[in-house]
Design a protein around this ligand. Structure first.
Ligand SMILES: [Zn+2]
Ligand SMILES: [Zn+2]
Length: 339
């Protein structure tokens, strides 16, 4: 007979303040033959969870459990899994599975795989007592860091890192960050450790303070021009009206990477001031496992630390509502109090 567990479930996508995310009972998942069963210890709160909950992203699974920044321990495994033992600490991230056989996978761009699946969207994620992950997509985690500190690295950190690489920042270059939440404040630490000069444009006073504490050269309002031209910029805020603002801040040959999976509409671009002189506008789609491993190694080497705001997992809906309202800076992390 199935064991039951408590899990958050997107019953009907809609505003999170109106109860679209509910705490329900579900069976403890049974791992497929190549999967691990993971007992969740902590799960970071990502803006994508809000997009799944509110219907900005189409639902792929009725009643899905969000959450894809999961730190947990192995509690079981399918028969085809080797190399993991019960009690091993693992990380579960956004990219859950690819087909491993298409042209994109073959050239190392598994983030573009048309048959890829995502944790907490296509399959139940980490706002629960237990979750599953294909063993080949689980990350081994450094031993010394606490669960809560590691969780935000698994999406916010990894995606921010891919965005930084997509932004093609030259060594010692000038980097602009638009928006300064969970992802940006981790990305900033790697960029600074690698010698960049970082300028932060964001609306929140607390976020601007955090940026300066971490070593940013300047921090100003989201729509204010930085004090110097930028070689590269990353748009973390899901706000399309910032696209031309960021493009105008770029120097000749500069690159703007849009880090979000969701972006409000952009206004028409003015070719002469916003794109000419070989400025580039790029999107960032998910990440490869190689991105994840590279970032986790750099995070350990540079001592990258997430500014975290722990919530009991039983208050996940409140954490999402607080994220939506911008009530904290850094990254919210749910600590499992369901079991
Ligand atoms: Zn593929
Ligand atoms: Zn995420």
């Amino acid at each position: 007979m199935d064991r039951a567990m408590r899990a958050w479930s997107v019953v009907r996508p809609g505003p999170v303040e109106e109860g679209s995310l509910r705490l329900v009972e579900k069976p403890v998942p049974v791992p497929a033959e190549d999967e691990l069963l993971v007992r969740v210890r902590a799960c970071g709160v990502c803006r994508t969870d809000l997009h799944v909950t509110e219907g900005d992203l189409p639902l792929h699974r009725v009643g899905v459990t969000p959450g894809h920044e999961i730190v947990g321990v192995v509690a079981g495994a399918g028969p085809a899994v080797s190399g993991f033992a019960p009690g091993d600490r693992v990380g579960v991230a956004w990219l859950r599975r690819t087909d491993g056989s298409c042209a994109y996978c073959a050239r190392g761009a598994e983030n573009l795989c048309p048959r890829s699946e995502y944790t907490g969207w296509y399959a139940d994620g980490g706002y629960a007592e237990y979750t599953t992950v294909p063993a080949a997509f689980a990350y081994r985690l450094p031993d010394d860091a606490p669960d809560v500190a590691l969780a935000p690295l698994l999406c916010a950190g990894i995606i921010g890192h891919r965005a930084l690489r997509r932004a093609a920042l030259p060594p010692g270059g000038r980097l602009g960050l638009y928006g300064f939440g969970g992802s940006a404040h981790l990305c900033a630490q790697v960029a600074l450790a690698e010698g960049a000069r970082v300028h932060v444009m964001t609306r929140g006073a607390a976020a601007r303070r955090l940026a300066l504490e971490l070593g940013a050269a300047s921090a100003q309002d989201a729509y204010a021009p930085p004090p110097e031209r930028l070689d590269s910029a990353i748009l973390f805020a899901p706000v399309g009206t910032l696209v031309p603002v960021a493009l105008r801040a770029l120097d000749r040959g500069g690159v703007l990477a849009v880090a979000g999976i969701h972006l409000t509409d952009t206004p028409p671009l003015h070719y002469e001031t916003e794109l000419f002189y070989e400025k580039e506008l790029r999107s960032v789609a998910s990440n490869t496992r190689a991105d994840g491993r590279e970032f986790l190694a750099l995070a350990t080497r540079f001592g990258v630390r997430a500014t975290t705001h722990p919530y009991p997992m039983s208050r996940a809906a409140q954490a999402l509502a607080d994220l939506k309202a911008g009530r904290f800076d850094g990254a919210a992390v749910l600590v499992n109090d369901l079991s």
